[in-house]
Design a protein around this ligand. Structure first.
Ligand code: HEM
Length: 417
């Protein structure tokens, strides 16, 4: 940890919580509950950052202008003995991303990015999602079983996003790997091999950027209706040069790939673990919209997001010094009994359901409409076409081994039908 961010208010006898313990990676909610009850604004000596687990603190932090979204301090904290020069490609890519920016720069970038998510574009994606889901289920329909992760939840968002961006088929295989490598380091990596994560993220950033730059050049010469073409038009119309466009494209691809992959597997898992709710949804498919919201609340794909304190401040009676890294526990907040009745109950009719799964405030997830559409179409089609869906009795589901706090899903989820 970089000592410059070490907080002086830390007590020697404070409790420790291992967010990367194998049991916490399988099911983090008991640990979140303990943290929320014992030390809701917790400074972790081992990780070198603060962790918030109460809904009210997390929601307020998401909207707090005293907190910066520029997380460079977190990346540098994670470097260990590695020289900062070793992550130049990663830092360059990240430094131009909207998710790293504060107003007014964020406002400008968000306005540009919105041009890629027009109502017309969104409507055209509906049929891409439906057709892709059907094709993937056609591939497995006759086998009586599948692995939800490799057969559905990885290929679905990958195929959809690469179609939306007009990425050639030959390059698609790299996308999930590059996204994963960047996201792991970006999202607060854990474990002993942090330097390896840093190097991987840097290599992925270089390769991903090179491919996207090629695609941008190509679309400048031959514009189409894909997202890269839409964003080029938006940039040129506003009189901006295209230098930062690769970062925006990679951010949208990155933010949309791994998250949706994890959310689909978390959703199937939640439904299969709660047969009464599964049956209710099968009997009343119109409940799909509230079921999707409950899946995002109950087991979100993005349990944490980070901020950096721009100035000294106090949260929940704890003094936090300028420069400190703060992990906002979105997943923990979504299970706070002060906000949600019986938070550990999975209830697909829950209303109201003001979860923080997509964040809040100015950085509220840009892809939320697309993510909800993907989940809705995917789950509706899955339950309609495979009504006898259940866990495969002879094979183990394997929770994610993502070595990062900001992602949570499955590596393997075998089912039969
Ligand atoms: C499927 C589940 C998804 C979840 C759980 C999720 C979650 C989130 C969260 C929590 C944030 C807030 C980050 C912050 O406060 O700094 C965010 C931002 C963002 N998301 Fe998503 N996301 C998902 C899907 C997507 C998709 C499909 C896309 C695009 C294709 C996308 C694009 C973005 C972008 C660009 C931002 C940054 C917005 C900004 O900085 O203004 N997300 N997402």
């Amino acid at each position: 940890m970089n000592s410059q961010h070490k907080n002086t208010a830390v007590k020697a006898n404070q409790p420790t919580y291992d967010l990367f313990a194998p049991s916490a990676l399988v099911n983090s909610y008991p640990l979140f509950k303990r943290m929320r009850e014992e030390d809701p604004v917790h400074y972790s000596e081992s990780f070198g950052y603060w962790v918030l687990t109460r809904y009210r603190d997390v929601e307020a932090a998401l909207r707090d202008e005293r907190l910066s979204s520029d997380r460079t301090a977190l990346f540098i904290n994670q470097l260990g003995s590695l020289d900062v020069k070793e992550i130049q490609n990663f830092l360059h890519l990240i430094s131009k991303m909207m998710v790293e920016k504060n107003p007014p720069e964020h406002t400008r970038l968000r306005k540009l990015a919105n041009q890629g998510f027009t109502t017309r574009a969104l409507e055209s994606w509906r049929s891409i999602i439906q057709n892709t889901t059907d094709q993937l289920l056609d591939n497995v329909q006759n086998y009586g079983g599948m692995n939800v992760v490799s057969d559905l939840s990885i290929p679905l968002p990958t195929l959809i996003l690469t179609e939306i961006f007009g990425v050639p088929e030959t390059d698609r295989a790299n996308f999930i790997k590059w996204s994963m490598d960047i996201a792991t380091f970006f999202g607060g990596a854990g474990g002993s091999n942090l330097e390896e994560f840093a190097r991987k993220a840097d290599k992925a950033a270089a390769q991903f950027s090179a491919l996207i730059r090629q695609l941008i050049e190509q679309r400048r010469r031959q514009p189409g209706t894909d997202m890269i073409s839409l964003l080029i038009v938006a940039y040129l119309e506003q009189g901006f040069n295209l230098e930062e466009l690769p970062s925006l494209c990679i951010q949208i691809l990155n933010a949309g790939l791994v998250t949706t992959t994890d959310l689909i597997s978390n959703g199937v898992n939640a439904l299969l673990r709660h047969p009464d709710q599964l049956q209710k949804l099968q009997q009343n498919p119109a409940l799909i919209n509230s079921a999707v919201e409950e899946i995002i609340r109950f087991d979100t794909a993005v349990p944490f997001f980070f901020r950096i304190a721009k100035q000294d401040l106090t949260i929940g009676g704890k003094d936090i010094t300028a420069g400190s890294v703060i992990a906002l526990g979105l997943g923990a907040a979504n299970h706070d009994p002060q906000k949600f009745d019986s938070p550990s109950v999975f209830d697909i009719t829950r209303s109201p359901n003001e979860h923080l799964g997509f964040g809040a405030g100015i950085h509220f997830c840009l892809g939320a409409v697309l993510a909800r559409m993907e989940l809705t179409i995917c789950l509706t089609t899955l339950l309609r076409r495979l009504p006898n869906l259940s866990f495969a009795p002879d094979k183990q589901a394997i929770p994610t081994k993502h070595n990062t706090l900001i992602l949570k899903g499955f590596d393997s989820l075998p089912v039969k039908f």
